[in-house]
Design a protein around this ligand. Structure first.
Ligand code: SF4
Length: 205
């Protein structure tokens, strides 16, 4: 149950967007807790549940902003009622983006400036309404991923399609490059923040 006007936030941080069409953009990320999936490759296990997480107000969130570009991420932000927060962020002059696992499409998603939809295994389900609303698609190339995992409606949407290697290891990258040749028109998403971290030998913030 969501407490009125307060949101379960596991962290707020500002960094360079590393994925998709906005790679390289400095943004503030709001990471919400709670997710309806349990992906084997999840790199945010601490954000899967709201247990023990602080519930904070939109004022507290706004006070943490360091960029007018805001990315709602998780966990899975569409599990929450974020309409009022999105309105508040836009009133502050922010452009509000989301990264979603694509399983839900609440009304407030239509007020956002950019929607990154990233369907997940095992069934790569896409909620009705999100096919039209998505601005880009992103698929993580793990061991089980193949071109056949991509739902037909994703291709029909004609939105940019990104494939992202699970890790920055040779096997993951080579598999992703093979799939990009096979799919023709799909693009590489290389988690630029991690590449920069390796090049600079430090976490990029
Ligand atoms: S949808 Fe995202 S946050 Fe949820 S389990 Fe999968 S990778 Fe983790």
């Amino acid at each position: 149950m969501q407490t009125l006007g307060r949101y379960p936030v596991s962290e707020i941080f500002s960094s360079f967007q590393g994925e998709g069409a906005h790679s390289g953009l400095y943004a503030t990320f709001i990471r919400f807790a709670g997710c309806n999936l349990r992906c084997s490759f999840c790199d945010e296990p601490g954000s899967l549940s709201v247990k023990g997480v602080s519930w904070i107000s939109s004022e507290e969130i706004v006070a943490e902003l360091k960029s007018p570009y805001v990315v709602l991420t998780g966990g899975e932000p569409t599990l929450l009622s974020l309409g009022a927060l999105v309105s508040r962020l836009k009133a502050e002059g922010c452009r509000v983006h989301i990264e979603t696992n694509a399983t839900l499409c609440p009304d407030w998603v239509h007020a956002l400036d950019w929607v990154t939809a990233s369907p997940k295994p095992p069934d790569y389900a896409v909620a009705e309404g999100l096919v039209e609303r998505a601005d880009e698609w992103k698929f993580v190339v793990d061991e089980g991923f193949s071109a056949g995992c991509i739902p037909r409606e994703v291709f029909c949407s004609k939105k940019p399609l990104y494939l992202q290697p699970l890790g920055l290891d040779l096997v993951s990258i080579q598999k992703t490059l093979r799939l990009l040749k096979e799919l023709q028109g799909a693009r590489l998403s290389l988690q630029m923040h991690k590449v920069l971290g390796l090049l600079l030998n430090q976490e990029v913030l």
